[in-house]
Design a protein around this ligand. Structure first.
Ligand SMILES: [Zn+2]
Length: 336
């Protein structure tokens, strides 16, 4: 592994903020985290406090390792202004971090350039460079969790668009008359296939009396029904639950089929907690792509699980920091 330089990575979230120092060899598809820590208190305090802790934590890591990072990448849960290095709207953090000059404030403390990126776009870049997408040229990632995020890589480049928002795959409309989504539209994939949407479907089955195994697993308590217990109930023989999961997998499949006809990727990666449903999800998505995309053969499109788990975001912002270092402000860059 050719070590170019030490870089810093920040994974900013609500319940969790992770810091790491690491090295990347993007050409070889390898990264190594040489030091890491989780910040106490996560991201639920005001932005000044959180940025202070990030700066202090990063300086401590650099002292431990004996070398400062050449650049730092920060993965943010929401909309960021890549050019200005400011957060615009992080809906799940207190105060929503509107127009916070994160790159300037952290950059002054750490004496290094700081580059922001949406967290799921960061995970996409991580999986593409180091994980499930190694060796591919065009891929898409669906992050299926409490919400549904996404990212796309086209011909070897992370596609960001003018607002860094390209690849919001969870906000494709898959059910025109469907439920309202948090974004304000109706029938988005996120509104019908996120973890909470799957749990809500499970609660309906629980109350209808059609899901005895789910009833046992949750002790009849609607508050204990999750995507995970739905998967367990299906495995334990609840046919109605299996059917419901197949229906939801079909909706993810429609979204994936839309991506297939748009990009003809070699690979679609499914990550996030909901991907833990396993075969019922992956087989449903594969079957839907095969059934619904008729205009060209899709045999070459693989649907695979994410490979890096929760490290995908840290790895991705490391690669982002390394690729942006000294690179000016052009948004569409090679990451190799
Ligand atoms: Zn939406």
């Amino acid at each position: 592994m050719t070590i170019e330089a030490l870089h810093g990575a920040v994974d900013l979230g609500g319940s969790h903020v992770g810091l790491a120092l690491g090295v990347v060899d993007a050409a070889a598809g390898e990264f190594r985290l040489v030091a890491r820590r989780d910040l106490e208190g996560g991201g639920y305090d005001g932005w000044q406090t959180v940025l202070d802790r990030i700066a202090e934590g990063m300086l401590e890591l650099a002292r431990e390792v004996g070398e400062p990072p050449a650049a730092i990448g920060v993965g943010c849960p929401g909309w960021v202004d890549l050019e200005q290095g400011e957060t615009r709207f992080l809906p799940n953090l207190p105060g929503q971090w509107r127009d916070v000059p994160v790159a300037r404030l952290l950059g002054e403390r750490l004496e290094a350039p700081v580059h922001l990126l949406n967290d799921v776009r960061a995970a996409t870049l991580g999986e593409f460079t180091f994980g499930a997408g190694r060796g591919t040229s065009t891929m898409a990632l669906f992050a299926l969790g409490t919400g549904i995020g996404g990212g796309v890589v086209v011909d070897g480049r992370l596609r960001l668009g003018p607002l860094g928002s390209a690849g919001e795959l969870g906000h494709q409309i898959v059910d025109p008359g469907g439920p309202l989504c948090g974004c304000g539209a109706r029938g988005c994939l996120e509104a019908v296939a996120s973890g909470p949407a799957i749990a809500a479907a499970g609660v309906r089955l629980l109350r209808s009396g059609q899901a005895p195994a789910l009833f046992d697993l949750s002790a009849g308590d609607a508050g204990r029904v999750t995507a995970e217990t739905m998967g367990e109930a299906a495995a334990a023989g609840d046919e109605a639950v299996t059917k419901e999961l197949e229906r939801i997998a079909g909706l993810v499949g429609i979204a994936a089929a839309n991506v297939v006809v748009t990009l003809h990727p070699e690979l679609i990666v499914l990550g996030g907690g909901v991907a833990g449903l396993g075969d019922v999800l992956f087989d449903g998505v594969r079957r839907t792509i095969a059934d619904r995309v008729r205009v060209f053969p899709t045999d070459g499109v693989r649907v695979e699980p994410a490979a890096l788990g929760t490290d995908a975001g840290l790895a991705g912002v490391l690669a982002w920091a390394a690729s942006r270092r000294g690179a000016g402000l052009g948004l569409h860059r090679d990451h190799g």
